[in-house]
Design a protein around this ligand. Structure first.
Ligand SMILES: O=C(O)CCC(=O)C(=O)O
Length: 255
């Protein structure tokens, strides 16, 4: 195991998140970004409901806020299973086989990108044991000005918390007890293209709107241990809440 991975394991356990600088080169970022964006340009209208969100009601490529079904693309799946990200996932999951449950793009366009209310990923994933990890690769620079992610450092130690509907596109649930946030330091990420943030599915995190003149795209891999099954009861409650919010959005868009 190399030193970068060792450091990542220590920080992830301590803080609930870590950053791997220069995970991809700028050239790799520009190639992957081009492929993903071309795929979305061609195919985004084939997706609806929970799989895609636009900043407004028009279904324009430039207005895509988030896309939640990139794992349907073979190249994306291969990038995970055949690349170095798999090695990180294996080590960070305590030497157990990782399973890619989803790959998403938080495209977050300039001047209009939406906020992600503070949440824990496992409230969406509903994986028994809550041992999942998210890998978030910066396809653009990300900082406080263009709606970078923030973490409530070490909040993963609280375990899974109660959430309530956020009514936000792309992140439909938010932590119910906001008083809890005061107990933790809020750390904002400063990422260059190709840096990769890694977080526990239990750490509380979110991001502000992007009202700047700079796009802020992040490409994510949601990973769980292969041996951990989904909790059916939690999944069905989550899906019910999500579908209710989507119906409401569609109704409001028609008014
Ligand atoms: O990219 C964002 O703004 C939010 C992403 C997020 O919440 C996540 O990857 O878990």
């Amino acid at each position: 195991m190399n030193n970068k991975i060792k450091k990542a394991i220590i920080e992830l356990n301590k803080n609930g998140w870590t950053v791997i600088k220069g995970f991809l080169t700028k050239k790799q970022v520009s190639n992957y970004k081009k492929n993903i964006f071309e795929y979305l340009k061609k195919n985004h209208l084939n997706f609806k409901g929970r799989h895609i969100n636009y900043v407004g009601n028009a279904k324009k490529f430039t207005d895509i806020h988030s896309f939640h079904k990139l794992e349907a693309n073979k190249k994306v799946k291969d990038f995970f299973y055949k690349g170095k990200i798999y090695k990180y996932a294996y080590a960070l999951l305590n030497n157990s086989k990782p399973e890619l449950r989803a790959s998403e793009l938080f495209k977050k366009p300039k001047k209009s990108g939406l906020k992600a209310s503070p949440h824990q990923d496992d409230f969406y994933w509903n994986v028994k044991g809550n041992k999942g990890i998210t890998f978030w690769i910066a396809l653009d620079e990300a900082n406080k000005k263009n709606g970078t992610m923030y973490y409530y450092t070490a909040s993963h130690k609280l375990g899974l918390l109660q959430h309530k509907p956020s009514y936000g596109k792309g992140t439909s649930q938010t932590v119910k007890n906001i008083k809890i946030f005061k107990k933790f330091k809020k750390d904002y990420l400063e990422l260059k293209k190709g840096d990769m943030a890694v977080h526990s599915s239990l750490v509380i995190h979110g991001s502000e709107e992007n009202l700047s003149n700079f796009n802020r795209a992040g490409w994510t891999f949601a990973v769980k241990p292969k041996y951990s099954p989904y909790d059916k009861k939690r999944t069905s409650l989550f899906v019910k809440s999500l579908n209710k919010q989507i119906k409401l959005r569609e109704k409001n868009a028609r008014i």
